[in-house]
Design a binder for this molecule. Structure first.
Ligand code: NAI
Ligand code: MG
Length: 518
């Protein structure tokens, strides 16, 4: 470690170590410090409150494994209070009287507030999740800001249609779109702020009220956002934010009878539990789940772009993306070049504490995730995969994993079949004999269907592959491009419904057909 690294580590320790006696000092340069040191509270019915049990749980810094603060541990009693508040705000409370235009203004105000705190949010996200602050600053925070602005525009465009009846002219029929009601939203830890925005934006734009449960690993940006929601002027009960664990807090929320819809992002395993929990009152369900997305490189691709793109497709966010390009397919003519190119990039990535401005790859989010990915690394080795780069842990402290390239893999290997959710790619070769049908079948040979990327200069191949791939997103000559205007979601076991774009509004509204006999 260089002297410079030591300095930044020192600064981080002085600011965020739990027992730190250091007075908050602006010269330490962290805007997140003040919030981290506050007494954390959840937002229920417009008030910042502790858990009704009084319990709290620790929040860890994944770069060091140390506790940075504690947050309330909600259980079914807190869920109940939050749902009742959301119910009241929707049925009889202020939210039903707020005009679409006012809802738009509130969302825009929230976006402005968030934008003005970009640095603080980027630091909080980095500290809590481990991701590089340089990435959070240009991706997580601005994408969340954009999402709120985009959704602000939809508040006044919630259109129905006039429908001529097939049976005759003596009727006037039209549809209206009404908010679905109280929405439970349960989010994961990989993009804590952005997932909160993806969920809250469309719910609030359509006039729903929300109980949002943050991921237990990463509650900080969501709790800070709750403060901005109040500051923006959203009425009490419209947004309620809980911190707690899956079974004691998420499960009763997903099952609650006063909830009209549940929106979930996370593991496929828990997605299935959510779907079951929703059957009690047949609440509507949307799910955004796992993936094992292919990145397919044709021999005519611009190789520099494709190699850098394939590396970033898997290493972005430490590989903790549901749409990570985790299965790499490269044509035999360029396979060796691709493997050595991606491996070389992997070997050069600067790994370190997320708050270090030079860091390009941070730690994984938690010890659990670290253990899970480490087990896949062992499994890949045991099953005979060759290693182009990485393959182990980095540093003896914190949850760091080296960016890893496995090649010469077979479809039956665990590392090929299962979602790893870490910076680990498995590379397979395809030959000129493989026509597009065969290749697409290989790419589609997974229970998932979230995303894919195709790298080629041949527009015909690009569009033919786009048609053949069974996934909610197909990128051509790019990967991990997100936009508030683009629908995102999965085929097959990657989920139900779509997030973002105009599409998501359908998942937060009911359609009512009104017919008048003239
Ligand atoms: P998880 O699915 O357990 O957690 C996601 C959210 O669901 C959290 O807020 C959690 O508290 C909540 N939850 C857990 N059990 C619940 C239950 N029974 N009822 C209601 N809510 C519940 O995911 P976890 O354990 O954090 O990660 C495990 C794996 O899931 C990862 O290794 C990765 O493969 C996948 N994952 C996928 C994500 C995606 O973006 N699609 C995000 C995070 C994880
Ligand atoms: Mg879990």
């Amino acid at each position: 470690m260089s002297a410079e690294d030591f300095q930044i580590e020192d600064k981080i320790m002085a600011t965020f170590a739990p027992s730190s006696e250091v007075e908050l000092d602006s010269r330490l340069g962290f805007q997140a410090a003040e919030f981290v040191r506050t007494h954390h509270r959840m937002l229920i019915d417009g008030n910042f409150v502790p858990a009704s049990s009084g319990k709290t749980f620790p929040v860890y810094n994944p770069a060091t494994g140390e506790v940075i603060c504690h947050v309330p541990e909600a259980d079914h009693n807190d869920v109940d209070k939050a749902v009742v508040a959301a119910r009241r705000a929707f049925d009889s409370g202020p939210w039903s009287r707020v005009s679409p235009s006012q809802r738009g203004q509130l969302l825009w105000k929230l976006a402005d507030l968030l934008e003005s705190h970009t640095e603080e949010f980027a630091e909080l996200e980095s500290l809590d999740n481990g991701k590089p602050v340089s990435v959070a600053r240009i991706a997580d925070v601005p994408l969340a800001v954009d999402l709120f602005r985009y959704m602000a525009g939809w508040t006044t465009k919630n259109l129905g249609s006039t429908i001529p009846l097939s049976a005759g002219q003596d009727f006037l029929s039209y549809t209206v779109r009404e908010p679905i009601g109280v929405v439970a939203q349960i989010i994961p830890w990989n993009f804590p702020l952005l997932m909160a925005a993806w969920k809250l934006g469309p719910a609030l734009a359509t006039g729903c009220t929300v109980v949002l449960k943050l991921a237990e690993q990463t509650p900080l940006t969501g709790l800070r956002l709750a403060q901005l929601i109040v500051e923006a002027g959203f009425p009490p009960g419209v947004v309620n934010v809980l911190t707690g664990f899956g079974e004691p807090c998420g499960a009763p929320l997903a099952a609650h009878n006063l909830v009209d819809k549940v929106a979930f992002t996370g593991s496929t395993e828990v997605g299935k539990l959510i779907a079951k929990a929703a059957t009690g009152n047949l609440k509507k369900v949307t799910l955004e789940l796992g993936g094992k997305s292919p990145a397919i490189i044709f021999p005519d691709a611009d190789m520099d772009t494709a190699i850098a793109g394939a590396a970033s497709a898997i290493f972005f966010n430490q590989g903790q993306c549901c749409c990570a390009g985790s299965r790499l397919f490269a044509h035999e003519a360029v396979f060796d070049q691709v493997i050595s190119g991606v491996s070389e990039i992997a070997g050069k990535i600067k790994i370190g504490h997320g708050l270090d401005p030079a860091t390009e790859l941070g730690p994984l989010v938690s010890e659990e995730q670290f253990e899970k990915v480490s087990a896949y690394l062992s499994s890949g080795r045991e099953e005979g995969a060759k290693i182009g780069s990485g393959g182990g842990r980095y540093s003896d402290r914190g949850y760091f994993i080296q960016p890893t390239v496995f090649h010469d893999v077979r479809p039956d290997m665990k590392v090929v079949a299962e979602e790893i959710f870490g910076p680990v790619v498995v590379a397979q070769k395809f030959s000129s004999d493989a026509d597009l049908e065969k290749l697409a079948a290989q790419a589609n040979d997974t229970v998932f269907g979230l995303a894919a990327s195709v790298w080629t200069r041949d527009i015909s191949i690009a569009h033919k592959m786009a048609r053949r791939i069974k996934a909610g997103t197909v990128w051509v000559n790019c990967h991990n491009v997100f936009d508030a205007a683009l629908p995102f979601g999965g085929y097959k076991q990657s989920g139900w419904g779509r997030e973002m774009g105009a599409e998501v509004l359908n998942n937060y509204t009911e359609v009512k057909a009104v017919t008048v006999k003239l």
